[in-house]
Design a protein around this ligand. Structure first.
Ligand code: ADP
Ligand code: MG
Length: 240
């Protein structure tokens, strides 16, 4: 479903992604881990064209999305993204946050969009918060709204960039539980995370990035128990 081939990204003189290639199949859950500054967010952002690779190509369902002529907005519509800091619309209620894009972009009627939004909010356990404004919510609740909002566009792929890193510890589980439910639906997911136990439990594959390079990739069991490279061994010794 996603094929990244020889992705390189420069910011000025700084090369932050170096020749990264990987294939993610439909329904796979891939965890990206690695030290801060290793290029995890940049790689994720390349997958939905929030960043443009300097060289290399990305294919989604065999469509070359790095082609200059591609309709970036159409590509992004099909790929949901959840950020560390939620990015909810502060002046809209929870329901409006979730129902907005389907009306604006998919041209659904307000009634249709709100009906779908309510179902999604129910799934993430926020039925009682539909009329609340984001500033009334806890971090965990905000992130669950952000997930529901991304799902409202019915994406084929969901990208998560450290979705629990900004949360108080007691709220991490409620967000991870929602993500696990999503895994169970067969969603194709790429997740940058520092939650190693979560990665171990749900990921089909782990990508370990360091210094902009894909240093190691493998199934979680193998990676966490027998990391092959010294770089990965050092990293895991620090975080586990
Ligand atoms: P990670 O998510 O693994 O912490 P990032 O992808 O955010 O790493 O960053 C990788 C490197 O790219 C860092 O050195 C960072 O400073 C740099 N970088 C990221 N975004 C930009 C940008 N928009 N402009 C310039 N440098 C950037
Ligand atoms: Mg990052």
């Amino acid at each position: 479903m996603i094929k990244a081939m020889n992705i390189t990204k420069d910011f000025g003189a700084n090369t932050v992604l170096k020749d990264i290639s990987t294939i993610i199949k439909q329904g796979q859950v891939v965890a990206i881990i690695g030290p801060s500054g290793s290029g995890k967010s940049t790689f994720l952002r390349c997958l939905n064209l929030l960043e443009e690779p300097t060289s290399g190509n990305i294919f989604i369902n065999d469509k070359k999305i790095t082609d200059k002529k591609v309709d970036k907005l159409a590509i992004r519509r099909n790929i949901g993204m959840v950020f560390q800091h939620f990015h909810l619309f502060p002046h809209m209620t929870v329901l409006e946050n979730v129902a907005y894009a389907p009306q604006k972009v998919k041209k659904l009627s307000k009634a249709e969009a709100e009906s779908t939004a309510k179902k999604l909010l129910d799934k993430v356990g926020l039925t009682d918060k539909v009329a609340a404004y984001p500033n009334r919510l806890s971090g965990g609740q905000k992130q669950r709204v952000a997930i529901a909002r991304a799902l409202a566009m019915e994406p084929e792929i969901m990208l998560f960039d450290e979705p629990t890193s900004a949360l108080d510890p007691e709220m991490v589980k409620e967000v991870l539980d929602v993500m696990k439910d999503l895994v169970d639906t067969g969603m194709t997911m790429v997740i940058v995370t520092h939650e190693m136990n979560f990665a171990k439990e749900v990921a089909d594959r782990v990508l370990f990035l360091a210094d902009g390079m894909l240093v190691e990739e493998g199934n979680p069991q193998e990676f966490f128990e027998h990391p092959k490279t010294e770089r990965a061994q050092d990293f895991l010794a620090k975080v586990l």
